[in-house]
Write a protein that binds this ligand. Structure first.
Ligand SMILES: [Zn+2]
Length: 200
C-alpha cells in the first residue's frame, strides 16, 4: 500500500466534484435500468422497489431527496415536464407498475377519478369528457384489430381504455355497430341481459 496518496475520497466527496448534469444523467440511467422496456405499445414494468400501503403496486425511486412514484419520474424524464400539485400521473393502461411514458399523462385529479368511474368513455388524451366514439370509429377499431392492431395502440389512438377496446372488439360494447367481432368464443356469447356471469 502506498501511503503517499491523500485520503480515499468518499462517495460524497466524489459526487460533490461531479458536474450536476453528470450526476443527473447517472441517476436517470440508473432509473431506466429498473424498467423492463418493451415494444412501444407494451406496458413497461417497473422491476425495482414498490410502494406499500394505500398505493401498493406502484414503483418507487429515490430522486431529489425523497422517494417518488416511478411512473411519474418515467414521464418527467421523458418529457422534461414536472408534475404540479394539482395533477396526478394517470395510467391509460390501468397498470400501476407500468412506466411506459406512452401510457402515462399528467391529468387533473378529478379527471383521474372520473376515468376510474367511467372507464372506456373517452377521458384519455385529447378527447373531452363528453366525447363518445361514433359507429364509424367502432367499425374502424374492429377492422384494425382484425388486421392485427394492438388493443393498447387502439386505446391510445381513440382515447378510450384498453378494456373498452376489448369490449368493442369482442362485441360486448357497441353490439349494434358494424365491423368484425373477434376474440369471442360462442360459449361466452351473451344472451339478452338474463344470464349472470358465472365464476370459472
Ligand atoms: Zn402500460
Amino acid at each position: 500500500m502506498k501511503a503517499t496518496r491523500g485520503p480515499i475520497p468518499t462517495r460524497r466527496s466524489v459526487n460533490q466534484h461531479a458536474a450536476p448534469h453528470l450526476t443527473e444523467a447517472v441517476t436517470v440511467s440508473r432509473f431506466w435500468r429498473n424498467v423492463s422496456v418493451g415494444a412501444p405499445d407494451e406496458c413497461w414494468l417497473w422491476q425495482g422497489d414498490t410502494s406499500t400501503g394505500t398505493s401498493t403496486g406502484y414503483g418507487v425511486f429515490f430522486y431529489g431527496g425523497r422517494m417518488r412514484p416511478a411512473h411519474e419520474l418515467a414521464l418527467s424524464f421523458t418529457t422534461g415536464e414536472a408534475r404540479t400539485d394539482s395533477f396526478d400521473t394517470c395510467h391509460a393502461c390501468d397498470n400501476p407498475p407500468c412506466c411506459n411514458p406512452r401510457h402515462l399523462r399528467f391529468g387533473t385529479r378529478q379527471s383521474n377519478v372520473d376515468e376510474m368511474h367511467d372507464r372506456g368513455r373517452g377521458l384519455i388524451g385529447e378527447r373531452s369528457p363528453q366525447a363518445k366514439l361514433t359507429n364509424a370509429d367502432v367499425k374502424a377499431i374492429r377492422e384494425r384489430r382484425a388486421n392485427g392492431a394492438l388493443q393498447k395502440e387502439l386505446a391510445l389512438t381513440y382515447g378510450v381504455s384498453a378494456a373498452h377496446i376489448s369490449e368493442i372488439v369482442n362485441g360486448l360494447a357497441w353490439p349494434d355497430a358494424e365491423g368484425p367481432i373477434t376474440g369471442r368464443s360462442k360459449r361466452t356469447q351473451r344472451t339478452p341481459s338474463s344470464t349472470r356471469r358465472k365464476a370459472a
